[in-house]
Ligand binder design. Structure first.
Ligand SMILES: Cc1cc2nc3c(=O)[nH]c(=O)nc-3n(C[C@H](O)[C@H](O)[C@H](O)COP(=O)(O)O)c2cc1C
Length: 441
C-alpha cells in the first residue's frame, strides 16, 4: 500500500470516551409533497452561490485585524480549563458523538446509517433572517423532531445577521455553526467563509455576539493556515470569542478543485492539543476504517465526513452497500419529505457514479427525470442491469482487494468514494491519486 499521508507518528493522543453505539433514528418525517420547480439549484450545500444576484452582503470590517492577529499569535494556555462548559454541551446535546455528517440535505438517510450529528447545509444568514423576504428561509429551513442532534450552519460576515438568523432556529437546534471554511468563489465575492480568515476582529465579534445572546452554543468550522502556530492562535481566538466546538478541515483555503491535495491531520492534532473545547476532524477520510485512524492520529472528539458520504450514505455503517438499494431507500424517504428534483437527481448521480459511464441510456433518463415515478423507474432499470452483473461476478465482499495505491477495488454496484486520479503535483507528496490520508505501512 502506498503512503498518501503527511502524518506525524501518534504521540500520546488524547482519548475521550464516546457513546460508541450509533444512534439509529427511525425518522418519521412530516408528510409533504414532492416539489417540482424547474428552477431548483443543484444539491450542493453552497447552493446560495447559484443565486448571486439575490445576495446582498455588507462590507466587512477590516480595522485592527493585523493588531489582533499579532497579539493573538502566541499560544494561549489560559484556555486549558478542564471545567470548560463546551464539553458538557458535547456530552449532553451532542451525546459525545463521533460521527458527524457534513452539511447535506439527506439527513434522514444519513442518520439511519449511523451519522450521529448532522449539520444543515450552509445557510446565508442575511438572507435567512431577511424579514422582508421569507422565500429563502421557507425554501431552506426544513427539520422535524427526529432531526436531532442538529447543528444549523450559516455563513455570515456581520454579528447581527448571524445572531438574527440563529435566533430563528435556536429552538429546533443543538448549536449554530459559523462556516469559516467555505472556499468557493462566491464566498470570496461576498467575503465570508474562508475569506474571513484574515478578519479576526470581525469573526471574534460575530461569535461573541451570538454566544452572549443565544441559548444554544455557537460552534465554528475552519480551514487551516500554512503555519501551524497561526492555526493554533486562530483556533484559540475562536474559543476565546465563545466557540464551544471547532470542526477543523485540515486543508488550506486554496486547496480546492484540482488543488485539493492532501489533508494535514497534524494541524488538526495541533488544534486539538491547544484548545479546551471538542474538536471534530474533517477531510481525507474515504473509508470507514479511516475514521478510527483519524481519531487516533488527531486525538479529535469526532470526525465529519462530507464528500465520501455523498457517494456512500451508509458510510458510518461500515457495510458493503448496493447502490440501487440505497437509492430506492432514499426515494422512499423522498415520498414523504419535501425534496427538490434537482436534489434527488444530484444524489442519484453520485450514488450511481460507478456505473453511469456504462449505462448511458439510464444516465440520460436520470438527467431528465423530474417526478418520483421517473426517478424510481430509472433506478429499477439500473437495478436490473446491475443485478445481472452481480450474478456473473466473483466479487466477495468479505475479501476486498486493494489497488496498488491502496484504494479498494469495488464493483460498480457497490457504494464507493470518489477517488481523484487528477492532482496538482505542487500540492501532492507523490504521483498518486489524492483524497485519502491513509496509515503508513
Ligand atoms: C458538495 C459539497 C458541499 C459542501 N457543502 C458544505 C457546506 O455547506 N458547509 C461546510 O461547512 N462544508 C461544506 N462542504 C465541505 C465539507 O464539509 C468538507 O469540509 C470537505 O468536503 C472535506 O471533507 P471530506 O474530505 O470528508 O469531503 C461541502 C463539500 C461538498 C463536496
Amino acid at each position: 500500500m502506498h503512503i498518501l499521508a503527511r502524518i506525524t507518528p501518534p504521540s500520546a493522543p488524547r482519548f475521550f470516551f464516546f457513546n460508541l453505539s450509533c444512534k439509529f433514528l427511525s425518522a418519521m418525517p412530516e408528510k409533504r409533497p414532492l416539489q417540482t420547480s424547474q428552477s431548483d439549484t443543484e444539491n450542493d450545500s453552497f447552493s446560495v452561490s447559484k443565486k448571486p444576484s439575490t445576495v446582498s452582503i455588507p462590507v466587512s470590517e477590516s480595522e485592527s485585524v493585523s493588531d489582533l492577529q499579532s497579539t493573538e499569535l502566541a499560544v494561549d494556555s489560559s484556555l486549558s480549563k478542564p471545567e470548560n462548559p463546551a464539553f458538557s454541551f458535547f456530552a449532553t446535546a451532542l451525546k459525545n458523538s463521533k460521527y458527524f455528517l457534513a452539511p447535506m440535505a439527506w439527513r434522514i438517510l444519513a442518520r439511519r446509517y449511523g451519522a450521529q450529528v448532522c449539520f444543515t447545509p450552509m445557510f446565508h444568514a442575511k438572507m435567512f433572517s431577511d424579514k422582508s423576504n421569507r422565500a429563502y428561509f421557507n425554501d431552506m429551513w426544513q427539520t422535524n423532531e427526529h432531526d436531532r442532534p442538529l447543528i444549523v450552519q450559516f455563513c455570515a460576515n456581520d454579528p447581527d445577521s448571524f445572531l438574527q438568523a440563529a435566533l430563528l432556529v435556536q429552538d429546533s437546534a443543538d448549536a449554530v455553526d459559523l462556516n469559516l471554511g467555505c472556499p468557493q468563489h462566491i464566498a470570496r465575492r461576498g467575503k465570508y467563509g474562508a475569506y474571513l480568515m484574515d478578519e479576526w476582529v470581525l469573526i471574534s465579534k460575530i461569535i461573541e455576539t451570538a454566544s452572549k445572546n443565544l441559548k444554544i452554543p455557537v460552534t465554528a468550522k475552519i480551514r487551516v493556515y500554512p503555519e501551524i502556530e497561526k492555526t493554533i492562535a486562530y483556533a484559540q481566538m475562536l474559543v476565546k470569542a465563545g466557540a464551544k466546538m471547532l470542526t477543523v478541515h485540515g486543508r488550506l483555503k486554496d486547496q480546492k478543485g484540482h488543488k485539493t491535495g492532501l489533508c494535514d491531520w497534524t494541524k488538526i492534532k495541533a488544534v486539538r492539543d491547544s484548545v479546551d473545547v471538542p474538536v471534530v476532524a474533517n477531510g481525507g477520510i474515504l473509508y470507514f476504517e479511516d475514521v478510527e485512524y483519524c481519531l487516533k492520529e488527531t486525538g479529535a472528539n469526532g470526525v465529519m465526513i462530507a464528500e465520501s458520504h455523498l457517494y456512500n450514505p451508509t458510510f458510518f455503517n461500515n457495510d458493503v452497500s448496493k447502490t440501487y438499494e440505497v437509492a430506492l431507500e432514499y426515494l422512499e424517504i423522498c415520498k414523504s419529505v419535501l425534496t427538490k428534483p434537482a436534489y434527488i437527481r444530484a444524489h442519484l448521480f453520485k450514488i450511481f457514479r460507478p456505473c453511469l459511464s456504462t449505462y448511458t441510456e439510464q444516465r440520460s433518463k436520470l438527467a431528465s427525470a423530474v417526478t418520483l415515478e421517473e426517478f424510481t423507474s430509472v433506478v429499477l432499470e439500473l437495478k436490473a442491469e446491475l443485478q445481472k452483473e452481480e450474478s456473473n461476478s466473483s466479487f466477495d465482499h468479505n475479501d476486498i482487494q486493494f489497488d496498488s495505491y491502496g484504494y479498494k477495488m469495488l464493483p460498480n454496484w457497490v457504494c464507493q468514494p470518489l477517488v481523484r486520479t487528477q492532482f496538482d503535483p505542487k500540492t501532492s507528496v507523490s504521483k498518486i491519486p489524492l483524497g485519502r490520508t491513509i496509515p503508513p505501512k
